[in-house]
Ligand binder design. Structure first.
Ligand SMILES: Nc1nc2c(ncn2[C@@H]2O[C@H](COP(=O)(O)OP(=O)(O)OP(=O)(O)O)[C@@H](O)[C@H]2O)c(=O)[nH]1
Ligand SMILES: [Zn+2]
Length: 203
């Protein structure tokens, strides 16, 4: 949040936020030449406000909190992989959805493990913000690295961006793949190759 000027940092209550979004959506409808009072649109500003507060709820959360359920299992310093964690998020440039799957691998150190579901919770929290795929991928790795201090972490994300498909270049079905690797996966070529193959899976 460091890059937001001070005068924009006013923290709104949920009600204030909803009111502001409703007014903005009404203005957009009017600017488009629509009648915001017609039956089908009457509840649209409040629906969109509810949807945005849900879709962007991760802005009020700290993703690393999820990982703090740490189990110490001495001697278990073997790789842990969770594949196919589905996510839906919004690109920060157009506020259009991008969605896909994240695959996570980490090599624990000192037997420090987290609950498997917590990895998916980290993805969910970080996805519920205006995002870039590269940043989402990096932030997932950062959270795991900071809390679990593993020997290595690797995150692979693949997604379809609606701003590239339904508008602009209209590259239907194009998939963007991003990869972040840290620690031993960055320095040990054999471990990196082996883990990347596991992350990619058979399909
Ligand atoms: N690197 C990156 N770019 C993204 C992501 N999501 C959307 N974009 C891109 O952000 C760019 C914004 O480019 P601009 O030229 O400012 O916007 P635009 O005129 O709408 O661009 P076009 O999409 O090419 O029509 C586009 O190239 C999008 O494809 C993302 O997660 N990562
Ligand atoms: Zn976009």
């Amino acid at each position: 949040m460091d890059d937001i000027p001070n005068d924009r940092l006013h923290v709104s209550t949920t009600d204030e936020r909803r009111e502001t979004i409703m007014k903005a959506v009404t203005d957009i409808l009017v600017a488009l030449g629509e009648d915001p009072e017609r039956e089908g649109l009457r509840d649209t500003p409040s629906r969109v406000a509810k949807m945005y507060t849900d879709v962007f709820s991760g802005l009020q959360e700290d993703a690393s909190e999820h990982l703090k359920t740490v189990f110490t299992e001495d001697g278990h310093d073997e790789i842990v992989i969770v594949r196919d964690i589905a996510f839906h998020t919004m690109c920060e440039h157009h506020l259009l959805p991008f969605f896909g799957k994240a695959h996570i691998a980490y090599l624990p150190d000192g037997g420090r493990l987290t609950g498997l579901s917590k990895l998916a919770r980290v993805v969910e929290t970080l996805a519920r913000r205006p995002q870039l795929q590269e940043r989402l991928t990096g932030q997932i790795a950062d959270a795991i690295e900071t809390v679990l201090r593993p020997r290595g972490v690797m995150v692979l994300a693949e997604a379809r961006h609606m701003c590239m498909e339904m508008r602009g270049i209209k590259a239907h079905g194009a998939k963007t793949v991003t990869l972040v690797s840290r620690g031993v996966f960055d320095t040990d070529a054999a471990k990196r190759a082996e883990t990347l193959a596991l992350l990619r899976g058979a399909d």
